[in-house]
Design a protein around this ligand. Structure first.
Ligand code: SF4
Ligand code: SF4
Length: 78
């Protein structure tokens, strides 16, 4: 399991989440940030810091945001 960045991050560039991540696994994409699921240690710090509440634990991602689980994973597979 890992935490997942979802649609409310799109276009957001303050990156409070990056500042608090203890393992530096949140990276900037072209229009949003992504969490590397293989490195995330599930501490939850990013979710607490995110002002748009864009970050969910993977088992709690809303149905309409489910595609972002794949987007986060794919971002780190290239
Ligand atoms: S804090 Fe939230 S909105 Fe800001 S970059 Fe991180 S995930 Fe995106
Ligand atoms: S849950 Fe913790 S380790 Fe995972 S991305 Fe967020 S701050 Fe980083």
């Amino acid at each position: 399991m890992a935490f997942v960045v979802t649609s409310r991050c799109v276009g957001e560039k303050w990156a409070e989440c990056v500042e608090v991540c203890p393992v530096d696994c949140i990276k900037e994409g072209s229009n949003m940030y992504f969490i590397d699921p293989d490195v995330c240690i599930d501490c939850g710090a990013c979710a607490s810091a995110c002002p748009t509440e864009a970050i969910y634990e993977s088992s709690e991602v809303p149905r309409e945001e489910q595609a972002f689980i794949r987007y986060n994973k794919e971002f780190f597979s290239f």
